[in-house]
Design a protein around this ligand. Sequence first.
Ligand SMILES: [Zn+2]
Length: 440
Amino acid sequence: MEFTSKPPMRLMTPARQLDCQISAGVFSQKAPAGLKKPGEFFLLADKGPAGLVLVVRKGRKFLDFRGKSKILEWSTRSDSDQYESRRRKPMLEFKYESFSSRIVLPNGLEADRTIEARVSPITGRTCRITYSRGEEREPGGETLPAPPPFAEDSDSCPFCRALLLTHTPKIPPDICPEGRMVRGTSTLFPNLFPYGRYSAVSIFDDNHFVEIGTASLQSYVDSFLNCRDYLLRILSYDPAAVFMAITQNHLPSAGGSLLHPHLQIQADRIPANFQRILQARAVAYRRQTGSRLFSDYLKSERESGERYIGATGPWHWLTAFAPEGFFEIWGILPGVTSFRQMTEVQWQNLARGVLNTQHFYRSLGRNGYNLGLLLLEDGSDDVELRVVLTVRSNYAPWVRSDFTGFEIMLGDMATFTAPELTCEKARSFWQKETAASAAP
Ligand SMILES: [Zn+2]
């Protein structure tokens, strides 16, 4: 073994942070049990009671051979880490800064609390990952909550079939003579309380309460295709209403006003903030580089692998580098800049990824989430399609909201978990799907 001295660095294990002296080299013989092939390693001299810690890099994973546990969060990405900086040369800047806040605990001991500030390469917006808050007990987050007490109240639900035709509004006849649009199990009609010029809801099916992760694929495909058909009608009726979106608020904790699952569809002549910011950034990036923003982002993320989860057809799924919501997952469809270019199979692939994400969220004991697919149909072709999903806090009596003064007043979302760790946990839900589809 040959060692090269490196400056001190900080390693974050599941248990605690370690200030370490690091050496690096190449294993040629006597690899630790579990490592079959020679490879790069880091030898960390821990200042703490654990003594020496051997960390081996195997592919992109770091294995801790002290306790056979995996190193979950690697926060040593300093200039001194030549191994990392040589490997990562992204076209886009993935800026972050790790720092700590020193406090004196009630028992008198000093503690450093690590915080990471990240800048989104897509929007330039900053966010925080406040790791220590992950230890905070969050009421209602221990297990998947029971269905709400009104889950059976379908008799008074305007979205259930019995009342739908008499209790929901109709689309004006010059846009849709039938008034409501039906596609498979899905029915689409205007929002009784519109947010914009064209505001509609698309019901999945007649199931009044659908627990997260239990919806059928076909109900999502039907509902998405109904949204597509509605947006096509709007574009031919009002070609200036080019700022479009499909969103979902699953359960009241995510903003859903009715329990019965549905998507919202928006189309307007006025862009929303995120549509405007996204378009400006994508246009500037393309002018500067000649490439499309999301294609380059995806390419960079696939090379890094740290946040890349998997694919459903041409849709690629990854955790957001700088999340603005809890356990934020993106699906990117590279090369496609308009929903009008999407095939039915691609809508199906989108629905598959959305359901995989739901299965993952359910495994975290979370039942509410938001989904958003922003569409810019102004003829520009800079912004490729991207869907975003984030978890919301579970309902519990007097649970605090997941948006605090920090998010509302300072505008920086503060989540608790490293996106790289979220990605590791989420991957199996894509692998399970691949295995299931490969089965005879
Ligand atoms: Zn209902």
